[in-house]
Design a protein. Structure first.
Ligand code: ADP
Ligand code: MG
Length: 753
């Protein structure tokens, strides 16, 4: 009795040692499941010749072509002969060169076959040198084909696999067929519950793999792919559903909103009315805070939509209820700015215990890594004693030394800069097994599929409207190479704004010209990856040019176009107190008082910086930034009721991907629309960047753009499954699939209970 072949069976027991070794070496495929999940890149029909016009030099290709002519001639320099085979796609020819005549291959004019190899150029023409050949000669070697007629033969759909030099597509195909013949599907449990399959008209596993690897019709391919994507979506959503459920089983101290206290006083003195969104989300948060399990809410909203205010009201409610709140910012500049603006907003309420403070006031502490040891110790003591209600800081807060008397709420600003590890450390700061409530704020608009996938364990609130008084931002592309006059005009515009008492930002991708590394906060190349700019190789010829750097641009502007204008630089490599001093001077009420008209910086100023008097932003080499990031950047201007002008300087060619992105950014100010565009220019794996979720490798076949319907439906199926079977005891196959996904997330904070 042999054991049945199932998905977990090792390939070497099914396809033989040699093929198994080759498959492992070339593609790291070890099990039957690995091979069946190695999906064809595309499909072709025997009758359909490959269009040679689509071939590029230096690529590994598999082409279907008809043999036209075969000539053999002796080599000039050496012994032996060269065989040249001319094949055609019906339009043009391609030359195949063999230094040895391929053994056992019928190179007969008129026959059609598959040829695989690397394209190279010889005498201006593309050729394949010593390609692998698979000729269809009618008496097909593959007995399983069951070819009835010539038409059926020509019509057969052939999968084309991503091949390697040592493993041609049809060899993979042979191995897959061999595997499909042997799998005992009755012994393979299906991870998809039958009701789910029925409800969504999904084919079984066997049918899915057959459809993908040896389809009779196009429809079978589609059905097969849909089923595979469903598996992936369901497994992922199951992981998230289990986690959400675990969250609700954790305990937290309920923090009830009080009828009188800081919050009530604050609301009463507020110089403006809350937007409807701010009020509704505020109420939702108060409800969350009153629960005995921790809130985990994501607050999304465009820059300037008033998130900070929502967060502050939540913090005040917690302080009223006897707890403390921590606000974590991604950089020291932002932490300091949050501290300033929150102290301003609170006024006397932030000076509890002081002579000029409100009687029921609290205190706001700022703790950052670069402050003096003495100051830090003082602030930390205050946090530990409970004297301070609101603690603001960077990751430094998470150092073990900082303790809280009673931490009730943690607000995390700009979560995409904030690692899972830090969140975990913070959760450890809870008292007697009770965790703090968590509110995460982000200004990066997140499309729905990403929200329920990457942030699938958080409840999501969105602030859609901007508070009144915000003026429009106009964005223009400045093609510096084609129209040098536009660049001159750009600096004139900056001078004009400055002469009216306004301020300007000039943003560069690098600190110094020779730099490989940028900031330590945002590395330019990270930015490119994170925000979906093209791969280095795809950037086109302009990629070779050095990128604009803060130091060069500042020097050039000071010496020329902006001479006499008060100009300073800011970047992540400056000491914290220096950065802070510059930011403070730049953000004073008016330019006259601040002493800085133009700030030349890296993306340090990206997130949350609020200088209402700044009206122009010039982004140098703007094509080096991603769509969402440019949108974030321009959110820094037009905040003070003055219209904003954003100028995107670029040397990217018209029509190049970089240039197209800029046109998109200048064409709309809808952040959600831009987020969608951003998503479409990225590879899926990058969307779930490892630092965000550790889930980088898991989305193999699912597309967050294309498969929105599947993802949304899978989420509700997963929810129902986990609700009725929290430990997945009666769904072992689904549990197994889910745990392979969750496997690399051992470090995830939510799992550390
Ligand atoms: P975000 O954090 O979402 O970027 P902020 O909370 O910093 O936005 O708000 C941006 C500006 O708008 C701040 O100056 C803030 O005081 C102001 N603001 C917030 N809410 C309102 C409102 N309802 N009406 C008027 N101004 C508001
Ligand atoms: Mg803000």
């Amino acid at each position: 009795m042999t054991t049945p072949v199932v998905l977990s069976t090792k390939l070497r027991d099914v396809v033989g040692g040699r093929t198994a070794t080759a498959l492992q070496k070339a593609f790291d495929l070890v099990t039957v499941h690995d091979l069946l999940m190695y999906l064809p890149r595309r499909y072709t029909r025997r009758g359909e010749l490959t269009d040679f016009a689509s071939l590029r030099e230096g690529e590994l290709v598999t082409v279907m072509a008809r043999i036209k002519r075969v000539t053999t001639r002796p080599m000039r320099q050496r012994r032996g002969s060269i065989t040249e085979v001319i094949v055609t796609d019906g339009q043009s020819d391609l030359s195949l060169t063999f230094f040895r005549k391929p053994w056992g291959t019928k190179l007969t004019p008129g026959l059609v076959g598959l040829f695989a190899g690397k394209t190279s150029r010889y005498n201006q023409k593309l050729q394949l040198t010593h390609p692998e050949c698979n000729i269809f000669d009618g008496a097909d070697t593959d007995a399983s084909l069951d070819v009835d007629t010539v038409t059926a033969f020509a019509d057969e759909i052939l999968p084309v696999y991503p091949a390697s030099a040592s493993m041609a597509s049809w060899k993979i195909s042979q191995a897959v067929r061999m595997v499909l013949e042997q799998v005992d599907w009755a012994s393979e449990p299906d991870p998809l519950p039958p009701q789910t399959a029925q409800r969504h008209h999904l084919v079984g596993l066997e049918q899915a793999y057959e459809g993908i690897h040896r389809p009779a019709t196009d429809a079978q391919v589609v059905e097969g792919q849909r089923r595979i994507r469903w598996d992936e979506a369901l497994a992922l959503q199951t992981v998230l559903a289990v986690r959400r459920q675990r969250l609700t089983s954790q305990s937290a101290q309920a923090r009830m909103k009080q009828n009188s206290g800081l919050l009530a006083d604050f609301d009463e003195k507020l110089p403006f009315v809350l937007t409807a969104g701010q009020r509704e989300i505020g109420d939702q948060i108060f409800e969350d805070l009153a629960q005995e399990h921790p809130m985990h809410r994501l607050l999304q909203g465009e820059v300037g939509s008033g998130k900070t205010l929502v967060a502050l009201r939540a913090m005040l409610a917690v302080v009223d209820a006897g707890g403390q709140a921590a606000l974590l910012a991604p950089t020291e500049v932002l932490a300091a700015q949050h501290a300033r603006s929150i102290r301003t907003l609170l006024g006397a309420l932030a000076r509890g215990g002081q002579l000029d403070g409100a009687a029921n006031g609290t205190q706001v502490a700022l703790i950052t890594g670069s402050m003096s040891a003495a100051t830090k110790r003082k602030e930390m003591l205050a946090a530990a004693s409970g004297e301070v209600g609101i603690v603001i800081g960077t990751h430094a807060i998470l150092e073990d030394k900082v303790t809280f008397a009673d931490l009730g709420l943690v607000v995390v600003d700009e979560q995409h800069r904030f690692g899972v590890e830090q969140r975990a450390a913070l959760a450890q700061k809870s008292l007697d097994g009770k965790r703090p409530h968590v509110l995460v704020m982000t200004a990066t608009p997140i499309p729905r599929t990403v929200a329920i996938t990457v942030f699938g364990d958080l409840d999501v609130s969105v602030l859609r409207e901007l508070p009144g008084g915000r003026a429009a931002i106009t964005t223009h592309v400045v093609p510096a190479r084609e129209k040098p006059g536009f660049l001159e005009r750009t600096w004139e515009r900056v001078r004009e704004e400055v002469s009216q008492g306004h301020q300007a930002y000039v943003v560069c991708p690098r600190i110094v010209a020779t730099d490989v590394e940028d900031d330590g906060l945002v590395v330019a190349d990270d930015v490119l990856d994170e925000f979906g700019a093209e791969e280095a190789g795809d950037r086109g010829p302009e990629a070779a040019l050095p990128m604009a750097s803060v130091e060069d641009v500042a020097a050039e502007l000071a010496a020329g176009p902006l001479r006499g204008v008060r100009l300073e630089v800011l970047h992540g490599r400056m000491p914290g107190d220096e950065k802070d001093a510059i930011m403070r001077r730049f953000s004073s009420e008016t330019a006259v008082a601040s002493g800085i008209d133009v700030l030349v910086s890296t993306t340090v100023i990206e997130v949350g910086v609020d200088v209402p008097n700044a009206t122009v932003m010039v982004v140098m080499d703007a094509d080096r930034f991603g769509v969402s990031q440019l949108h974030q950047l321009r959110g820094r201007i037009g905040r003070g009721g003055h219209p904003g002008l954003c100028l995107l300087v670029t040397s990217a060619e018209p029509g190049s991907p970089g240039r197209e992105r800029l046109e998109v950014v200048s064409g709309t100010v809808d952040g959600f629309e831009l987020a969608r565009v951003d998503l479409s220019t990225r590879r899926e794996g990058d969307v779930l960047g490892a630092d965000q979720s550790g889930r980088k490798s898991s989305l193999r076949n699912l597309s967050l753009l294309r498969d929105e319907d599947i993802i949304v439906a899978a989420r509700s199926e997963a929810e129902a499954i986990v609700e009725s079977d929290p430990t997945l005891a009666s769904h072992p196959a689904l549990a197994a699939l889910a745990s392979t996904l969750a496997g690399d997330e051992a470090a995830d904070w939510l799992d550390r209970s």
